[in-house]
Design a protein around this ligand. Structure first.
Ligand code: 5AD
Ligand code: SF4
Length: 339
């Protein structure tokens, strides 16, 4: 099928087939890529309007029990200084996030069981008492009883990236995790009533464009409400230090195709994309992104949350300026997912 036909079907609101998604991802000609970008932009405005939702990110602990081969926070990286924020510090940042006009806080950490069921419960309760923020948790693979308890005290959303839907690559990149177990947790999260976010990395060793198409189908099939896709960036203190970085341009194309395939799913301009691509945040917003996660981690900790090197920084003022300069507006409600 020609590109024009695929884009026409997308504009008509049809569910694209696997082969059509691959056609979009294989597009290399710059003129044809522009057509994809224009369609993605039009569909963003049609399905979601001009609102861009801001989520205040707090990376509250860089301890991690796992050894993912790509990630600088992996347990065996002894060159990294580790930190944990106290409950008081976390709640203080939540209040600051609300003061700055944001509606959602994202509590993110490595997989750190030092924060027990009870501790996280208290933190969530306190944030809910002191603010009107929606709470997104991003704590990795946790027990069903924990996920259930946190939902009951008011957690709204949970981010757990599937990373890649290709089970062989998953086993390579996350040698101490189970693919089935991780996907099972995504199911549990939906059943518990969380708004669920997932997503993955682009240009992992051995990954094909077909794998990326399958990643998008995975999000669509499982009715996941938010999907973050960013390029793999090698970190010098990990086993994957020698692999090439993902391409910024391919990552931008993946974002545009994600918008075309996934319609009203929330898609962030990922920090990894901003890190690799000149003017990446603006370009991401132009081709489908409708979420940005400005970083509110206290500065002394932020530099230690080094998943990959040279992580882009997102200051709130810059972000607001880019949004307005594109004729978009900052979302004024909590920006719940739409599926
Ligand atoms: N490059 C790009 N993204 C990475 N992540 C972790 N390590 C890297 C890397 N080297 C992303 C993964 C993970 C989240 C913590 O950050 O998608 O889910
Ligand atoms: Fe830990 Fe997540 Fe990094 Fe894996 S990707 S090492 S689980 S922080």
């Amino acid at each position: 099928m020609t590109l024009a036909k695929v884009l026409a079907r997308a504009r008509a609101g049809m569910d694209l087939e696997r082969e059509e998604i691959i056609t979009l991802l294989e597009t290399a000609d710059p003129e044809e890529r522009s057509q994809i970008y224009e369609t993605a932009e039009a569909l963003t405005l049609y399905y979601l309007g001009p609102e861009v939702h801001l989520r205040g990110l707090v990376e509250f602990s860089n301890y991690c029990t796992r050894n993912c081969n790509y990630c600088g926070l992996r347990a065996d990286n002894h060159r990294l200084n580790r930190y944990r924020m106290t409950s008081e510090e976390i709640v203080a940042v939540a209040e600051q996030i609300e003061l700055m006009g944001l509606k959602t806080i994202v509590l993110q950490s490595g997989e750190d069981y030092w924060y027990t069921l009870e501790m996280m419960t208290r933190i969530i309760q306190e944030i809910k008492q002191k603010t009107n923020l929606a709470i997104t948790l991003s704590l990795g693979e946790r027990e069903f009883t924990e996920l259930k308890a946190w939902k009951e005290v008011g957690a709204d959303r949970y981010l757990l990236k599937h990373e890649t839907v290709n089970p062989d690559i998953f086993a390579e990149i996350k040698p101490d995790s189970s693919y089935e177990h991780r996907l099972g947790i995504l199911d549990q999260l939906s059943q518990l009533g969380y708004q669920v976010g997932s997503g993955g990395m682009i240009a992992l060793p051995g990954q094909s464009l077909t794998d990326l198409a399958d990643d998008l189908l995975f999000i669509r099939t499982n009715k996941i409400g938010m999907a973050g896709f960013g390029p793999f960036i090698p970190h010098g203190d990990t086993p994957y230090r020698g692999y090439p970085s993902g391409s910024g341009e391919l990552s931008l194309l993946m974002l545009a195709v994600a918008r075309i395939v996934l319609r009203q799913v929330h898609l962030p301009a990922t920090t990894a994309l901003e890190t690799l691509l000149q003017d990446g945040r603006r370009r991401a917003l132009e081709v489908g992104a409708n979420v940005i996660m400005p970083n509110f981690t206290p500065l002394e900790y932020r530099k230690l949350y080094e998943i990959y090197p040279n992580k882009a920084q997102t200051s709130l003022d810059e972000v607001r300026e880019v949004i307005l300069s594109l004729g978009r507006i900052v979302g004024t409600d909590s920006g719940d997912v739409l599926i």
